[in-house]
Design a protein around this ligand. Structure first.
Ligand SMILES: [Zn+2]
Length: 75
């Protein structure tokens, strides 16, 4: 499941997933996607695990965070 983090906070250490790549959301850096780390308000990149990174390379652009609250659309 994808997460949103800014460049400064970097790739998160997931409890169950290993995140391997950060990709830009549509509109980045003027994007509605904000870093999910507590106290950070920087524009976020989409952090993908290995499986999601393979999907991205195959043309998939919509990724889901661990809850059904929203989805992220990558460039
Ligand atoms: Zn951040």
């Amino acid at each position: 499941m994808a997460l949103a983090r800014c460049k400064k906070c970097g790739l998160p250490e997931g409890r169950t997933a290993v995140y391997v790549k950060m990709v830009k959301p549509v509109g980045y850096p003027d994007t509605a996607l904000v870093c999910g780390k507590a106290g950070c308000i920087n524009p976020a990149l989409i952090c993908l695990n290995e499986e999601e990174w393979k999907e991205y390379q195959s043309g998939v652009r919509i990724f889901s965070p661990p809850t059904a609250a929203c989805k992220f659309r990558a460039k």
